[in-house]
Design a protein around this ligand. Structure first.
Ligand code: GDD
Ligand code: MG
Length: 322
């Protein structure tokens, strides 16, 4: 079976981090987002097709250097074709039922149970659905007896027809391709409303689900995974450092500081005397000087925070000033 991962978005909501790293390669607990998806695939998936566009070279070189245990094929779009156009562009690989993923979603969905559900209920496709309090930032599905009867993409506040959202994981029959025209096509806005009568089913699940496309949701995903027990502590130098709550620290230098909860610090990063870091990520080699207060931040690879700085809710990269 093939799994198609939509990985061509520009990741605008994670800029400036995504100016240098395509969103699928943004590390979450030290592993690229897209690898969290690939690692969760059932055994029957032997080929991963990545629909790429933005920063395709970086993705190519990642998969050349890292064997993920499955065949990986990259399909390029000269210009982004939208989520529907990207699927159509990969059609040469999609000759039987396939899994399809938004490349920026982390979830506890049991894919084997999800595929069973699709096989049992038939129809052109099945969408994984997740319940939220405010669905306005997502695709919204109204269900009747397991079938989706209405789909709205990002309804304006107060107009959503349900609180079940499209979790960005699909099982599709190849027939879907007959309903996607040439050029730029949005799967959610243009295709879903058209194929409802072909039998589009919903599969609601619980556990955890996070779209990692914004600073807030990325940090949320990180907290969820850390709380789920993906806890690594490997600290190179820890003089007078206080670790608070669950964290993910791997090859980090700490000195008389206060770290946590929900901090991920990757190899080569450091936090110096008198600093406090809470609910943030320090990517490879990021450095926090002395007497800093860092909360709800992404510090990209090699980012440096000078002594005495306070940062709240910021994305900082190498070379940007703080
Ligand atoms: N290849 C390719 N080409 N991929 C694309 C393109 C494109 O033109 N545009 C977007 N993608 C990829 C993104 O990289 C991402 O992995 C996925 O498609 C979804 O795009 P986002 O830009 O992240 O969409 P969203 O988060 O606003 O909304 C989508 O996800 C929600 C769940 O997280 C929709 O599918 C919503 O319905 C859904 O609720
Ligand atoms: Mg998204």
């Amino acid at each position: 079976m093939k799994a198609l991962i939509l990985a061509g978005g520009a990741g605008t909501r994670l800029r400036p981090l995504t100016n240098a790293i395509p969103k699928p390669l943004v590390p979450l607990l030290g592993r690229p987002l897209v690898m969290h998806i690939i690692d969760s695939l059932p055994k029957e998936v032997d080929t991963v097709v990545l629909a790429v566009s933005y920063m395709k070279g970086a993705l190519e070189s990642y998969f050349r250097q890292n064997d993920c245990g499955r065949k990986v094929v990259l399909i390029n779009e000269e210009e982004p074709l939208g989520t529907g156009g990207a699927i159509r562009n990969a059609r040469q690989y999609l000759d039987e039922m396939f899994l399809c993923f938004n490349g920026d979603v982390i979830s506890s969905l049991d894919l084997t149970a999800f595929l069973d559900h699709h096989r049992r209920h038939g129809g052109i496709g099945t969408l994984a659905l997740w319940r939220v309090a405010d669905p306005s930032a997502f695709g919204v599905a109204k269900m009747l007896n397991g079938r989706i009867t209405e789909f709205q993409e990002k309804p304006s506040p107060g107009t959503a027809v349900s609180d079940l959202i499209n979790a960005g994981t699909y099982a599709f029959e190849p027939e879907l391709l007959d309903h996607i025209g040439d050029g730029f096509v949005s799967l959610e806005r243009e295709v879903f409303p058209k194929i409802l009568e072909r039998g589009l089913h919903g599969y609601q699940f619980t556990g955890h689900w996070v779209d990692c496309g914004t600073l807030e949701s990325y940090l949320n995903a990180q907290s969820v995974l850390i709380d789920d027990g993906e806890d690594v502590v490997c600290v190179q130098r820890q003089e007078g450092a206080r670790l608070i709550g669950a964290n993910h620290l791997d090859g980090v230098t700490l000195s008389h500081c206060r770290v946590g909860p929900h901090v991920c610090a990757m190899r080569g990063s450091s936090i110096m005397d008198g600093s406090t870091v809470e609910r943030s990520v320090l990517m490879e080699g990021a450095q926090v000087g002395k007497g800093c207060v860092i909360k709800d931040c992404i510090l990209g690879p090699g980012a440096q925070v000078k002594d005495g700085q306070t940062l709240n809710g910021e994305i900082l990269v190498r070379g940007s000033s703080a």
